[in-house]
Design a protein around this ligand. Sequence first.
Ligand SMILES: NC(=O)c1ccc[n+]([C@@H]2O[C@H](COP(=O)([O-])OP(=O)(O)OC[C@H]3O[C@@H](n4cnc5c(N)ncnc54)[C@H](O)[C@@H]3O)[C@@H](O)[C@H]2O)c1
Length: 314
Amino acid sequence: MPDPRKAAIIGCGFVGASIAFALMQQGLFSELVLLDVDRAKAEGEAMDLSHGLPYAAPMDIYAGDYRDTANCSLIVLTAGAGQRPGESRLDLIGRNIQILRGIVPKLRDHGFDGILMVVSNPVDILTYAAWQLSGLPAERVIGSGTVLDTGRLKQLLSQRLQVDSRNVHAFIIGEHGDSELAVWSGANVSGVGLDDFCALRGLDGRRQTLHGLYEQVRNSAYEIIARKGATYYGIAMAVSRIAACIVRDERAVLPVSVVLRGEYGLEGLALSLPVILGHAGVETVLEVPLSPQERAALEASAAQLREAVGQLRL
Ligand SMILES: NC(=O)c1ccc[n+]([C@@H]2O[C@H](COP(=O)([O-])OP(=O)(O)OC[C@H]3O[C@@H](n4cnc5c(N)ncnc54)[C@H](O)[C@@H]3O)[C@@H](O)[C@H]2O)c1
């Protein structure tokens, strides 16, 4: 039986270590196992993180191996290469699929039966591959997807609209990558549509201006990587939000990457859509209304991902 208070992170680089730091501060788990092909790195991170525990909540953080993953309720997979400046996420497929093929069968062989969350890129392709390799039900294999991108959009909209980002309701869906799209047709601030909200506040709400915000979101990783070499704090907060939703059985709506089985007329791939998420994983994929342009953009994003999945011969 998975232990609801135990989680593991596989891959303790920038992203894995930042996620561990964010999870530790939330106090969601009482046991956190760190795994890395570089065992010393996992040990060093566990030591460093543990030294903060007197100022957080009691918790056991340690470097472990695959036997320790057997009874985890959540495993976060961040092992793998990150984008180098100018590289797209899809450029990482070759390197990271090999790493995934080395990890997921070991989880299966050790009897892991919890929720597997993929963060390594290209996250949608790897989520689909992880589902196939793991033998887990589709509702328990998710990718962090566009939860990060949606957070970026909410933050930019909040600055533009001069309102708390938590009252901005908008989604980025599709690939966590260059073909992602913003669902402008349903975007609102506490129920007030964007056009009306901008008129009310005397702000520029033209589509062209909003499109500029979407472009900033889409290019965020490139911009950050060009400046500091990697992105990790935003994704750490996104993953810790997803983890909280699962552990507390919140049934919040989050745009994680999910294996599709006919929703939106799509199957044979994983991509991000708003889903209701709880302790058993994905409960329901929400079919939100899309404009004809948004539906076409989603289908184009799906076609690109399906082609990439097809080339893997899983
Ligand atoms: N989904 C997202 O929104 C998002 C955001 C940022 C980064 N990422 C992705 O996260 C991944 C990690 O990025 P990073 O910046 O932490 O990279 P990093 O190079 O700092 O860390 C990767 C870690 O994986 C480890 N590793 C490699 N092969 C392994 C294996 N077989 N088993 C266990 N550990 C292994 C390495 O030793 C290293 O510590 C990348 O693929 C990156 O693109 C995803």
